[in-house]
Write a protein that binds this ligand. Sequence first.
Ligand code: BGC
Length: 366
Amino acid sequence: MKLFRAVLFCMTSAAIAHASVTHTSFGTLPSGAAVEIYTLKSPAVEIRVMTYGARVVSLATKDRDGKMGDVVLGYANIEGYLGDTKTYFGSVPGRYANRIALGKFTLDGKQYQIPINNAPNALHGGPDGFASRNWTAKEIPNGVEFTLISPDGDQGFPGKMTAHVRYTLEGSTVRIVYSATSDKPTVVNLTNHSYFNLGGEASGTILNEKLTLDADQYTPIDATSIPLGQLAPVAGTPFDFTKPESVGARIGADDVQLKNGSGYDHNLVLRGKSGELRPAAKVYDATSGRVLSVETTEPGVQFYSGNFLDGTLTGISGVKYVQHSGLCLETQHFPDSPNRPNFPSTELKPGQTYHSETTWTFTTEK
Ligand code: BGC
């Protein structure tokens, strides 16, 4: 029986194709702190993640002919990341990913103010959020766990928070597991802000990539990108990606919501039960044949079509990133939830553990 189990275990592990994990230096921060970069490698995928911002730096996957290509936007060195406070390439924004209206919220009768960094709102946890922190790293089976301790009052948020982000690679699947605890009631919303371009990071725009979103509703926004409050049906609007549609097909439509976001920059309400890992999105690039399938435990996903890239940033392979060079699928709780009692709650109480999980699976199609 024991032998049978051992054989079965070996067969299953071989089928999953475990990843090799190595690490090296990725330079130093102005403070002198060392930045480490971890490479997780399987036969199908090679992903590099670093301690600064718990960021994905590169992610190579196979095209339909088996040729590897980097499918996320990023920089060649730490200086590139330090010189860019706007795009959040590959990072884990926090403590609150996306926007909090006017940077204000009330918890247990007390008002908190997060510094405004996307006037008039707070974006991605304020100007010195988790994306610009040097996390500590620990190797784990098939990957790496990053840890950050955020002190009480950090960027205005109450409670000392301990946050963990685990990246692991199994075969063609990258798994990201987020967890957090706090010693006082607080709010939390973590995501990954990778910009995907399945044609390759230097291949131009994502406008021809075909997107499917497992969402029948979305949260319309005002001119400052704050949700208006209601969940609106996507049916009959440019936000209907329930069937595969190219990103560019309707992006220029005369639609007030697209104008408010300067393109797609909206939270889609995912079908199914929040807390359960279920399909969220699929992207297909006909040129390379690459397919990305996203699953998540989160209730929403911010679909952002790289509207504010403007050709001024030079990427990892020397190519300038023009508008729509990449698209983000930020699995998340809805924007401005701390001010929206009708949205799923982002409160975290002492004794509770925040848990969130997202997977990216890379395959190819003809
Ligand atoms: C936001 C965009 C913002 C981008 C980069 C996205 O999550 O929704 O409005 O430009 O992040 O900061």
